[in-house]
Design a protein around this ligand. Structure first.
Ligand code: HEM
Length: 536
């Protein structure tokens, strides 16, 4: 009661002052009051800006965009000038860059950093799927996918381990047979790797297998590549809304074509669904959707979003996250082997000693092939194929190292900076797999080694990736001497920026190593359970 009385007295007083000002006071006084208020607001803004991490000066509207160049390289330069936590305005978006591994770990373990930026391009995805969703949908989908992928062996545990390993083995054997057929002629291995790696993830998610030269596969690859480029590259439309409509249309068209392909597969799966024989991730989702409907939870499932749209976005997310990353890493492994013959020789010696010459390496050999494994780790360190991970965005204002990180800003970890930091790695520019051994000869992965990101949104496919890379790499090294083509320059270490940082195109010769080549009957390939797309 007393508060109400006091409040009404204050309001009455203010009203009297205002009345007096408007009726009796001169215009100059009003202008002076207005200016003072404006100045106070500006000072408050400056105080707020001072709390932001330091960063380069940039002109209004466009911000630092015109000087950005190749993002991860420019950020590396800026980190040298402004430190491990800096900010830069890109158009109307504030970007915060973290390049200290402790800071990255501290930030990304926090719930607030699991948000995604609210940019025009993100709107075309409607916050669906796993990579670009946030909040409750992301949380429930991450848990669901983590558990369900386990059923298909995409983790270390679970019954599906054998299913996944079998799928990888089949694709690796197919690749090895194709490479033997090349008989040492110079080839571009990129398309063969793309096919093998795509077939692994497409097998797990939708029981689809593409054949060599298949036009549908080429189209799908093109769409994935284009889709990731639209998100990965710097588009002015993302930062200065004026440019946006054209870009939005392009990305919508891309998505519609991909979704039409997934829809055909979903329809076929629904017609042949058998709850006692779950074939892949599409089946898992269809069963979950039917169950929720039966139990009257249909409206709540996926936070009320369209069930099939969510499933289609999940398929797209897993294909784009799981294909290009592994393919690029394998290409980098070949580049480093061509440039470091001594390491190549040591890997082959280890394979011959542990596996022998009358069979191919298998997943069970992994713990006994430490040098082969550290060669893969060293490749991941030096190539940092996803140097900026995925962009995070705080869901509310947070403080980090005494600085304010505003809600909605774009937060990126600078993984390439951490991986090449001379304070953390001895001679970081040298390809040295032995750096991953501790004093007792055991493999150690330091906490500043983070090719799969860290924290709550860390990669969901790291186990699949590790196994897949091991199988493809060890089998290629076991079967072939990888050689540079005479007269060709060594493949460059300068990567091409696309969906990932991948090596520039190069040619290579796969010469069969001594001993009978393991092809044909020695490599029983079993694709019977998979639906072949484009096979003749
Ligand atoms: C060498 C291979 C791979 C590398 C280097 C890699 C790296 C990464 C990185 C850096 C992130 C972002 C982490 C962050 O922003 O904090 C990520 C996210 C993700 N990755 Fe991978 N990845 C690889 C393979 C895979 C595979 C095979 C799959 C598929 C099963 C996959 C599925 C995902 C998903 C779904 C996310 C998003 C997770 C989320 O938003 O919660 N990745 N990956």
């Amino acid at each position: 009661m007393i508060t109400m009385l006091t409040n009404s007295k204050i309001l009455w007083g203010l009203w009297q002052v205002l009345n007096y000002c408007v009726t009796r006071t001169s215009v100059p006084l009003l202008v002076a009051v207005g200016t003072a208020l404006l100045a106070a607001r500006l000072m408050a803004l400056v105080r707020e800006m001072r709390k932001l991490p330091p960063g380069p000066w940039s002109p209004p509207v466009v911000g630092y965009l015109p000087f950005l160049g190749v993002r991860h390289k420019t950020f590396l330069e800026l980190a040298r000038n402004y430190g491990a936590l800096f900010s830069a305005r890109l158009g109307n978006q504030l970007t915060i860059v973290l390049s200290d591994y402790k800071l990255i770990r501290e930030a990304f373990r926090r719930e607030e950093f699991t948000g995604r930026p609210n940019t025009p391009l993100m709107h075309t995805l409607d916050g669906l799927g796993i990579i670009n969703s946030e909040g409750r949908l992301w949380k429930s989908q991450r848990r669901f996918l983590h558990d369900k992928l386990r059923e298909f062996g995409v983790t270390y545990m679970g019954n599906g381990k054998k299913i996944m390993e079998g799928r990888i083995k089949n694709e690796v054997y197919e690749l090895i047979s194709n490479l033997h057929r090349s008989e040492g002629t110079p080839i571009d291995i990129n398309p063969l790797l793309a096919l093998g790696v795509s077939n692994v993830i497409c097998g797990i998610t939708m029981s689809v297998r593409f054949s060599q030269g298949d036009v549908r596969f080429e189209r799908m690859n093109h769409l994935i590549e284009e889709g990731m480029r639209l998100f990965g590259e710097v588009h002015y439309g993302e930062y200065i809304p004026l440019y946006n409509p054209k870009l939005k249309k392009k990305s919508q068209k891309n998505r519609e074509e991909m979704f039409a392909f997934y829809q055909t597969l979903i329809d076929e799966h629904r017609e042949t669904l058998n709850v006692n024989n779950v074939r892949d991730l599409i089946d898992v989702y269809l069963i979950e959707i039917e169950k929720a409907k039966r139990e009257g939870r249909g409206g709540e499932l996926f936070e009320g979003r369209d069930h099939e749209l969510q499933l289609k976005q999940i398929l797209g997310d897993l294909f784009s996250a799981g294909m290009e990353t592994i393919k690029s890493s394998l290409l980098w492994m070949i580049v480093f082997m061509l440039r470091n013959p001594d390491v190549k020789k040591r890997v082959q010696e280890e394979l011959d000693a542990v596996v022998g010459r009358d069979r191919l390496p298998s997943i069970e050999d992994m713990p006994n092939l430490p040098f082969t494994e550290t060669t893969i780790l060293e490749t991941l360190r030096m190539s940092s194929i996803v140097p900026l991970a995925t962009t995070h965005s705080p869901t509310r204002d947070v403080h980090l190292n005494g600085y304010r990180i505003p809600a909605g800003s774009q937060v990126v970890p600078l993984i390439n900076c951490v991986h090449m930091d001379p304070n953390l790695w001895d001679e970081p520019n040298k390809f040295n797999p032995s750096r991953f051994f501790d004093d007792t000869g055991k493999i150690r992965r330091p906490e500043y080694f983070m090719p799969f990101g860290v924290g709550r949104r860390m990669c969901l496919g790291d186990v699949l990736a590790r196994k897949e890379m091991f199988m493809f790499f060890s089998c290629m090294m076991h079967q072939f001497d990888i050689q540079m083509v005479e007269g060709d320059a060594p493949p460059s270490l300068e990567g091409t920026v696309g969906a990932t940082i991948s090596p520039q195109a190069f040619r290579v010769q796969f010469l069969s190593r001594a001993g009978a080549p393991l092809v044909g009957a020695a490599l029983p390939v079993d694709h019977a359970h998979l639906r072949h797309v484009g096979s003749h």
